[in-house]
Design a protein around this ligand. Structure first.
Ligand code: KG4
Ligand code: ZN
Length: 339
């Protein structure tokens, strides 16, 4: 019999379950939470309540899609953190109950490692080329922006990270001041396609090492809008597409410049991206061009495995299973911890 892992993800506002068998994805389900849209950001209390409502049906659907019953699951993997504590607790408690009821091992997964390993998600019928170790991964999500050397599935080293906001946060905060809905990244991505990326310029950080900073850009964006709105109170509406294209270009410029620097410094040309911002279409297009010029092999997770999902938790659980890395039933989730 194969190794069949049920993965559970509940670190923020997506309740997700997925099944991986022998390293191949059988099913992946996600229940999003519309409730936060009206607040312009995730409300932790509402998120954990929605996870409680969604987790049983989502796991049920993932099992059904995979044509698996509970007694065919070898182990259950769950997100230990980082994330919102109340949300993490729902996934962790469910996973513990499932492991106890089915008498199978429990596996704790680092959400950030899982984003990186999303690059290994594949279906049986796919002939996907996978990254080879060591590779360089730009991990860009709503809470994190890191450059990571991935030495092996479970052996990763951070060589640069943000000193203030994360890349996803920069997208979300800029969208918010423009009055766009949360999460702002996908909306900016969509509007930017219709605009001119060179219409407006914003200040760039001057950090010499491999760390990132987005707070200066955010402030420069805020002052820019304030000044333009003084001249024309409809400035945002009148120039929405150009503003989105220009701020997106500024964020993507920062990301690509550091990735190039990291590749030159480490000599690694096997390059992957991961995390919600890795879904950005401009970043993907420009990285593909960069890869051609610089002779990089470049890897992206499929769009729906860039943002939060449980397939990445299940694949990480699978590699931990192979390494005999299990958790005890008294394990607690952690809101903060590193890769
Ligand atoms: O990885 P993720 O789903 O959750 C975290 O672990 O944080 O990342 C969410 C972030 C949000 O900030 C969202 O705006 C951003 O990813 N995002 C995007 C796009 N899709 C999601 N940012 C830019 N372009 C996108 N297409
Ligand atoms: Zn995430």
């Amino acid at each position: 019999m194969g190794i069949t892992i049920l993965g559970i993800e509940s670190s923020c506002d997506d309740t997700a379950a997925a099944i991986i068998e022998d390293g191949f994805l059988l099913s992946s389900r996600i229940a999003g939470q519309e409730v936060h849209k009206q607040y312009g950001g995730v409300v932790p209390e509402l998120a954990s309540r929605a996870h409680q409502q969604n987790i049983v049906p989502v796991v049920d659907m993932a099992l059904k899609d995979a044509f698996k019953s509970r007694d065919e699951i070898s182990a259950v993997a769950f997100t230990k953190g980082p994330g919102l504590l109340g949300s993490l607790l729902v996934g962790a408690s469910f996973a513990k109950g499932f492991a106890l009821a089915c008498n199978i091992p429990l596996i704790d997964v680092n959400h950030l490692q899982a984003h990186v390993l999303a690059n290994f998600i594949q279906k049986k019928e796919q002939t996907k080329i996978l990254p080879e170790f060591p590779f360089l991964c730009l991990l860009i999500s709503g809470g994190h922006t890191q450059l990571v050397i991935v030495k092996d599935y479970l052996d990763m080293k951070i060589i640069g990270q943000t000193i203030d906001d994360a890349a996803g946060e920069a997208f979300d905060k800029c969208a918010k001041v423009m009055g766009l809905p949360y999460p702002g990244g996908p909306v900016i991505d969509k509007y930017a396609k219709l605009g001119n990326p060179s219409a407006y310029q914003f200040s760039k950080p001057r950090i010499k090492n491999l760390d990132f900073s987005f707070s200066g850009l955010k402030t420069s964006f805020l002052y820019f809008l304030r000044d333009r709105l003084r001249e024309n109170k409809n400035f945002i509406n009148d120039h929405q597409y150009d503003i989105c294209a220009s701020i997106q270009k500024a964020i993507v410029d920062i990301l690509i410049a550091k990735l190039v620097k990291a590749s030159l410094e480490t000599g690694i040309t096997e390059i992957a991206i991961a995390g919600g911002v890795a879904a950005n279409s401009d970043l993907r297009n420009r990285l593909s061009d960069e890869a051609q010029q610089r002779k990089w092999r470049i890897f992206f997770p499929e769009f729906h495995y860039s943002t939060d999902n449980a397939a990445m938790i299940a694949i990480t659980g699978y590699y931990k299973f192979l390494h005999n890395e299990f958790a005890s039933l008294d394990i607690s989730p952690s809101a903060r911890f590193s890769i």
